[in-house]
Structure formats: C-alpha cells, structure tokens
Design a protein around this ligand. Structure first.
Ligand code: ADP
Ligand code: MG
Length: 782
C-alpha cells in the first residue's frame, strides 16, 4: 500500500512502497544500502516479509523516480503510487482512504505475485521431471559405485553426458535465469544476493563441465578430472526452483488476514437525500449523511443510529461472536452485518476515519515493522553473502593446495569444486531472513481477526516478557456503567433534593460516576432547576460548582480533606465494604449527604484473572476509588494486589514503582485518564470502545473493550515469539552445520562430504519449512 504523508516546510515525505524483484533477505539489504547512500534520503527500512520499503526522504533534494532508478541498477523496482499525485483538485473526501489505497496497491502486488507464481509453476512443471530423472540416475550411479554387485546404468556414458549437457543448458539459461541475472549483476555492480551465490555455484559447474565435454583433449593435457557436473547443475536448480515455488505459494497465504479485512468493506450505501433513497458507491458517502440499512446487508460506514433498532453481527471486525442489539443513539461499525431490523443512521466516520480503515492501517504497519529479535539475523544476513563468497573461494583454494598434498590433483580439484558449489548453494540466508517477518505477518493478522490489534512487532515481543498486568478498575474490571444504589441524607434533606443538587453539579462531568447520577435523576423525573455555574472538575477527587449562589462539592474523602471537612467515615466504609463507591455531597461548611454507586463486574473479569494466573502473570488493580471498594472488588475476581485512591497523575508513578521492583509491566486501561500510565508501562494495552482504535499511547488495543482478550493477547505474543525462535533456531542450525559440511571439513576425518544436490534440497527445504512453520500460527487456538 502506498501511504504518503507530506510536510510542506521541510518537504519531508514518508512513503511505503512495494518493491518488486526481491528474492531473498539480502535483497532487502541491498535495496536499503543502495538508497541509504543517496543524498536526501533520511531513513529507509525494507522488509523482506512484506516486500515493502518505508522511505523518509526530502522531496526537495531527491525525487522518488531517482530512487527508483537507483535500485533499478540492482534489478529492483518500486511499485509507484498511481493515485492522485498529479491531480491536486481531487475531492478531499477520501483523499487518504486507506482501504481504497491499500486495495489498489495490494491488488497490484497480488496480481504480480500470482503472475510470478504462475511463471514459477511453469518452470517447476518443466524442471521437476528432469530433476527427478537425473536425481535417480545419480543415486543409481552412487549405489553402483558403492556396491559392485549393483548393475551399472544401462546407458553409454558419452550419450548420457551429451544428453544432460543439453538438458542442463536449458535448465541453466531458462529455469535458472534469475540466478544468471544474479551473476551478471554481481559482475556489473558488485551487488550479490542469494541468486548470485546459487548462480556462481551452478554456472561454474556448468562451464567447467561444458569445457570438459567440448574440449576433452585440452582437458586431458591440463590434467583435469573426467567428472562432469551437469547433473549437479540440473538437480540444484531444480530443487531450489521448487523451493522458491513452494515458498512463494505459502508467502501469498501469510497476507490473507489483510486481504480478508479489505474484502469486508461494503461497496455501496443506501443514502437518504432530500427524502429519497439512492444507492451510491461507498466512497461518495460523506459525514452527516443519513444512511438506510436493510436486514442482511452490510453497514457501509461508522455512525450513530437515529431511527429503528436491530441486532448486528460485529464478529468480522471486533471478533465478538455474539450479535449485539442496538437502537437509537447506539454506535454502529462500518462493514459489520445487520441481522434483523431496518434502521437509519447518521454517518460519523467515513473513508480513512472508519474503524475498519484504522484497523487495516494498523495491521499493515505492524506487519511491516521489525522486531528487535530480528536484529541479529539482519546483521548476519547483511554480511553473509560476501563472507560466503570469500569462504567458497578459500575452500576451493585450500582443497587445491592442501588437498593435493594428500590426494591426486584431479581428485582434489573435483572435491574442491564440489565443496565450492556446495557452500555457495547451502549458505543462502533465505530461511534466516524469512524467520521473523513471516511469523510477525501471520501473528499480527491472527491477532486482528481475534480483535487484538498490535501496533508493531516490538509490542508483541515485549508483551511476551511481561510478568505483571496492571488493570484499571472502572471500565476494565467493571462494566463502567455504574448505578446509584443508596442515598443517605445527613442533614434531613429528602432524596429528591439531594439528587437534584448532585444532578446540577454532575451535569458537565464526563465521569462514569456522573453518568450514574444523571441516570438516576432522569429515572426519578427530577427536573434540575438550574445548571451549576463555575463548574470545575477536580482530577481524581470530584467536582464543584455554584448553585443558586452557593458553592457545592461532590466527590471522595480526598476532596473533603482539602475542604477541611470531617468525612462521614462510618457511612463511607459501610458502602465501600459492599463494593460501592461512596460519593459525598457537601457545601463549603458541612457534609450534606452520601450516595453509594455500584458498578457491575464484567462477566469475563474473574475468568480472565484466572487465565492470567495460569500464564504466570500477576494482576494488580489500580484505581482512584476508595480502597475498601477496590479491595472488595479485587477479592471478588481474585486480583493479587490493589493500589487504590491514586490520583490519575500518580498512576504512571505506580507503574514506575513496580518496574523499579523488577517487574515487567503491561497496563490495561480505557485510555480515559490513564494515558500516561499506558505510556509508562512496558506495554500499554488499551480497551477499545466504540469505533476508536487510534489510542496513541497504546501498544496493543483490545477491540470491544473486552478484557477476556487479555489472556489471548499474551498467548498470541507467546506463540508468535515461539514460532520466531523455532524459525531462527532451524535457520541458524542449518547454516552452522551445512557450511562446514559443504566445505568438506569432515571429509578428512569421516569421509563425509555434502554433495551439492543435497545442499540444494536442504536449502529449498529450509525456507519452505520456515514459512510453513509461520503459517501454523494461523491455526493456533488463542
Ligand atoms: P478510576 O480509577 O476509577 O478511573 P478516577 O481517578 O476517575 O478513578 O476517580 C477517582 C475518584 O474520584 C472516584 O472514585 C470518585 O470518588 C472521585 N470522582 C471522580 N470524578 C467524580 C465525579 N464526577 N463526581 C464525583 N466523584 C468523582
Ligand atoms: Mg478511569
């Protein structure tokens, strides 16, 4: 997808573009290195997993076209953004519609990948039978040499050689053209990648053998061995091409999650304009439009119901499997499905603002991000190719110099050549480069389809290390829809009078507690005489305001002490011991009344805490509420530690203390007054509500404010990291054992030498197994 952010003053542009022609992890490195050197490029990050480059550059110094030309020298191209660039008059409505942008760019990329896959398939169909035949012949020959009783191949040697010479010419120049290109690029620009390695290995085997076949007399004069390696050339290229095909096929599947999200988008909307209904394309819907949704159809964009009611299946976006009933005033999410009723709603978010669009953007970015664990693999891949080239040459020379002291020269040359080819073939850092990004792509996609949005790869990696979760009480453990349960008068005023005063005070507060009071006021049909004037909200304590010329306060014990008033401790403690939040109404001289407000626990709270404990994670509850209230609730759900009566500004401090005590902390909150705490935590987890996921300070967002997804997020992190580690382990092991084996290090001691054909098979297998292992993440149960 191509996203462009432009800043007029500095002319700085950040673009994310698909890169074509990358065949391995070192390709990503080559592109990075090539562009880093260009004047005007500020930063560049190329991801081999997503095959995209994120470039920050100064557009007054360098143009995108120039960058494209630069990487063109090395055989790569950017898929340039096609949209609006040249048409400044384009309607502003959906200028940055991520869905449309992503759809067009991703569709192109997908198209190209399918094309590549098809070409690879043709090649495999041609090369595989030949490879198999030659492979069998080789095995036969090996067996015949090992067991004298084994019948010899029933083909005259000369004929066989001429036959495989023709076949291998086709294989080298057609099937293996990418490898030859790699050699040509190396010769011209000094840029080497895995194709170069395979190319040099196979092409030198081919050239050497052709020379022997075509000029046997000269070869004889030079004392060269009679052995030819056409079969090796065929089998290595055959296996690696097969591997590439399987890898490409699996890799297309790793991106399935994004594609599924993109396909969710409704295509049209039924709009009501001037009393008439029209069907319009989705991108023509503007904010404020009144849209009609019929049963069974998709809700086009985000909005608020203004007429009618229905039950809505939101599972595709939020992962919530139960249909949700909604009526006038409730928010609906674009791309979810209306099950029953017909309703009208007003569009509040369109284009890139919609929840789905935000999710897609986030998933896209997260999938392209780099996990810190990848750093080592990246460092190794960066130097791998040149190191291996040197190593291969050094091995050949060693065999010639040292080997010929013990062996006849012709034999030392044959063995040296085999080792040379073997090293070049086996040492490709492909699997190493695929290990992390493929697991991240699948893991992030898996999360998105389960309502767990991950900001970047690093968040997942950090989440896996967390051993303490701090949860906010209101809205996280409790539903955040409190109700007034008790009204206790201390001065003889009746309930209505008390509630009227409280209602006037709380009218402008946005706290859930204020809502509870206003709800009660409405329920009792009390008309609030006047609004309070001089309203002021006191963070973490309560509110104050003037009613009929007199100043009133509503809040907690802390508020009372700041007023130098004696708190009615006994009453407050009684309420708190029942898990209710005591709110005191006072004027500047005395306490007038206390109301008790109870919030119901979320159904999943207790089970969630149990699951977290099972995962070895300690749960701490953090709240501004009365400590007895907090303790009561904590004990109901089995929370380990309570930190209560904390001012919002001190929440981050509490996290810091836990961190200082050596804990690795994730903070889960609704982001209302805990943003600093979310930011302070090692991992900030926001409970997404309504249609907003863009909580800046959050590393992870749980859609639908569903705390039950917390243990799932931990499992996702654990499984993803496990997969990455397995992948890295196998990729490293494969090279650590493969290279010395191919170099013939064990030959003098055990007589073991890795035939290049097995190197080819192993190399193909390693990439395929890494990608398949990552794909397994899709089926993990969270
Ligand atoms: P939480 O940890 O639940 O988010 P807050 O910091 O928002 O807590 O609030 C802490 C306490 O401050 C509440 O428990 C309540 O006693 C008091 N308070 C906050 N806002 C109000 C309000 N609008 N009216 C009355 N009391 C309030
Ligand atoms: Mg809160």
């Amino acid at each position: 997808m191509a996203t462009t952010t432009e800043n007029k003053q500095t002319q700085q542009q950040i673009v994310t573009l698909p890169v074509q022609g990358m065949h391995c992890a070192s390709c990503a490195m080559t592109v990075e290195k090539a562009l880093k050197r260009v004047d005007g490029v500020e930063s560049i990050e190329v991801n081999y997993g997503t095959e995209k480059a994120k470039i920050a550059f100064d557009s007054s110094k360098v143009k995108l076209e120039a960058l494209n030309e630069k990487i063109g020298q090395f055989g790569y191209t950017f898929l340039m953004p096609t949209e609006q660039v040249s048409s400044p008059s384009v309607s502003t409505v959906n200028k940055h519609d991520h869905i449309a942008e992503a759809q067009s760019a991703d569709a192109q990329v997908k198209q190209r990948k399918l094309q590549e896959l098809k070409e690879l398939q043709h090649k495999v169909e041609f090369a595989l039978p030949i490879t198999a035949l030659v492979f069998i012949a080789m095995m036969w020959d090996i067996a015949a040499q090992a067991f004298p009783s084994f019948p010899k191949l029933p083909i005259p040697m000369e004929l066989f050689n001429s036959f495989v010479f023709i076949l291998s010419s086709i294989i080298v120049f057609w099937i293996g053209n990418v490898f030859l290109d790699g050699v040509v690029r190396f010769v011209r620009h000094g840029a080497a990648n895995m194709d170069t390695l395979v190319g040099i290995g196979t092409f030198s085997a081919y050239l050497f053998s052709s020379f022997l076949l075509l000029f046997p007399q000269i070869a004889g004069l030079l004392g060269l061995p009679r052995a030819m390696y056409f079969d090796v050339t065929i089998v290595v290229i055959g296996f690696i091409t097969l591997g590439k095909f399987l890898e490409a096929r699996s890799k297309i599947r790793t991106g399935a999650a994004i594609e599924a999200l993109l396909n969710l988008q409704a295509k049209t909307a039924l709009v009501e304009r001037g009393g008439q209904e029209f069907e319009i394309p989705i991108n023509e819907v503007v904010m404020g439009d009144v849209l009609i949704v019929k049963p069974g159809s998709k809700i086009p964009v985000d909005g608020e119901i203004i007429e009618g009611k229905s039950s809505i299946d939101e599972s595709m976006v939020t992962g919530e499997s139960m249909p949700v009933s909604k009526r006038s005033g409730d928010l609906v999410i674009g791309s979810t499905i209306n099950k029953q009723g017909t309703f009208k709603f007003r569009a509040t978010k369109v284009g890139s603002e919609t929840l789905l669009s935000q999710i897609i953007k986030m998933v896209n970015e997260a999938q392209g991000s780099r996990a810190p664990i990848q750093a080592l693999a990246d460092k190794i891949s960066a130097v791998f190719v040149p190191v291996v080239l040197v190593l291969a040459v050094a091995t050949l020379i060693t065999w010639l110099v040292v080997g010929s002291l013990f062996l006849p020269f012709t034999q030392a040359l044959s063995l040296g050549l085999l080792c040379f080819i073997g090293i070049l073939v086996i040492a490709c850092p492909c699997a190493l480069g695929l290990a992390t990004p493929t697991a991240i792509i699948v893991g992030v996609g898996k999360g998105a389809s389960s309502g767990i949005l991950v900001k970047n790869a690093e968040s997942l990696e950090k989440l896996n290390k967390v051993n303490t979760v701090v949860v906010d009480k209101t809205g996280t453990i409790t539903k955040g829809q409190p109700e007034v349960t008790d009204v206790i008068s201390l001065t003889g005023q009746d309930e209505s009078a008390i509630l009227t005063l409280l209602g006037a005070l709380e009218k402008r507060s946005e706290h859930p507690l204020a809502e509870a009071i206003l709800h009660k006021v409405a329920e009792k049909n009390l008309s609030t005489v006047t609004d309070a004037t001089n309203f002021e909200s006191i963070e973490g304590q309560g509110v104050k305001g003037t009613i009929d010329g007199k100043e009133y306060f509503a809040g907690n014990g802390r508020l009372l002490s700041s007023l130098k008033l004696q708190a009615p401790e006994a009453h407050m403690n009684t309420l708190a011991a029942q898990g209710k939040t005591p709110i005191v109404l006072a004027d500047s001289t005395q306490v007038l009344a206390i109301v008790g407000i109870a919030d119901t626990l979320k159904d999943s709270a207790k089970e969630t805490v149990r699951m977290l404990h099972k995962q070895g994670i300690k749960v701490v509850m953090l709240t501004g509420d009365h400590s007895a209230t907090a303790n009561y609730i904590a004990q109901l759900v089995g929370i380990d530690q309570v930190v209560a009566e904390v001012l919002p500004t001190d929440k981050a401090e509490t996290i810091k203390k836990l961190q200082a005590a050596g804990r690795i902390v994730a903070m889960a909150g609704d982001g209302v007054n805990d943003a600093p705490a979310l930011a302070q935590a090692d991992v900030g987890i926001a409970m997404g509500t309504g249609t907003d996921v863009a909580i800046e300070s959050a590393d992870i967002t749980l859609l639908h404010g569903d705390i039950a997804r917390l243990p799932k997020a931990f499992r996702l992190a654990k499984k993803t990291m496990q997969t990455i580690k397995q992948n890295l382990f196998w990729a490293f092991i494969y090279n650590i054992i493969g290279i010395p084996l191919a170099a013939g290090v064990f030959y003098p001691f055990f007589g073991i030498l890795l035939n290049p054909i097995f190197a080819g098979a192993a190399m193909a297998l390693s990439s395929v197994s890494v990608v398949s292992n990552s794909l397994r993440l899709r089926t993990v149960k969270l």
